[in-house]
Design a protein around this ligand. Structure first.
Ligand code: NI
Length: 258
């Protein structure tokens, strides 16, 4: 299968992370050359949210999200939520995230994670912004908390399997797919990818992490979202161009981009 030349959106990147300190601008150039027309840079705490906004202000092709990752949930108090609300009002901020629960690393106590998740969902609902959701080894609690939420949600780097899709799809959520779809042993994920309606799918890198085949083992970057699209296309038995076009439309709709 050839590499598609159709435009793509990387719906989830962390270009502000130190892994890009030596070549951030070059990575953004490579993405543009690879026809990645939009990159959504995702905040993980206040500093990273500010850095995401700074990147978005600097580059036409970049948009930002602001939020506290579950790893940093123990930092979230009333003043941090106020600050987040201010940052969310900036013109190129398109979502609250990434927020959610991570019971794999447990870097913040679980009650603090659940509280920060619920507080940020309330903020997003109040501001009428979509949310970018991180869920790792916490799918049941994430589902329970999202059951109370009525806005737009994007399940980032989806890993829930086929059987967990129904509830998310019934809520109208978007399913965002990353590099593991290209891994040889990812049969369960590909089965889920094949079951998502085309108008709910999105592709992302989560760079610098989750590097797709054939670059696995190296740092990930937005240009490689193309390999994710190819992996999704293979899982569904359609062309990469079909996936590219649909996921661009879906990401634009989910984030309210023009
Ligand atoms: Ni991320």
């Amino acid at each position: 299968m050839t590499v598609t030349q159709t435009a793509l959106i990387d719906a989830h990147a962390h270009l502000d992370f130190r892994q890009f300190d030596s070549d951030r601008e070059a990575a953004i150039d490579r993405a543009r050359e690879a026809e990645v027309v939009t990159i959504v840079n995702v905040g993980t705490d206040l500093a990273s949210s500010r850095a995401s906004i700074a990147l978005a202000d600097q580059y036409d092709t970049i948009y930002a999200t602001v939020g506290f990752h579950p790893h940093d949930a123990s930092k979230v108090g009333p003043s941090e939520l106020d600050e987040l609300r201010d940052l969310a009002a900036r013109p190129k901020v398109v979502a609250i995230g990434e927020i959610g629960l991570d019971y794999y690393r447990d870097r913040s106590p679980r009650p603090a994670q659940r509280q920060a998740f619920a507080d940020q969902l309330a903020l997003a609902a109040d501001l009428d912004l979509p949310v970018v959701v991180h869920s790792r080894d916490a799918h049941e609690d994430v589902e329970a908390i999202l059951d109370e939420y009525d806005g737009v949600a994007i399940l980032h780097s989806y890993s829930g399997g086929r059987q967990r899709l129904d509830r998310a799809l019934a809520k109208g959520f978007y399913i965002s797919i990353s590099g593991p779809v290209t891994f040889r042993n990812a049969h369960r994920l590909r089965e889920a990818v094949a079951a998502v309606p085309l108008d709910r799918l999105r592709v992302e890198t989560d760079c610098p992490f989750l590097t797709p085949h054939p670059h696995r083992g190296k740092r990930n970057e937005p240009a490689y979202v193309r390999y994710v699209a190819i992996g999704v296309a293979r899982a569904r038995g359609v062309t990469p161009e079909t996936v590219a076009r649909a996921t661009v439309d879906n990401s634009r709709r989910a984030f309210g981009l023009e």
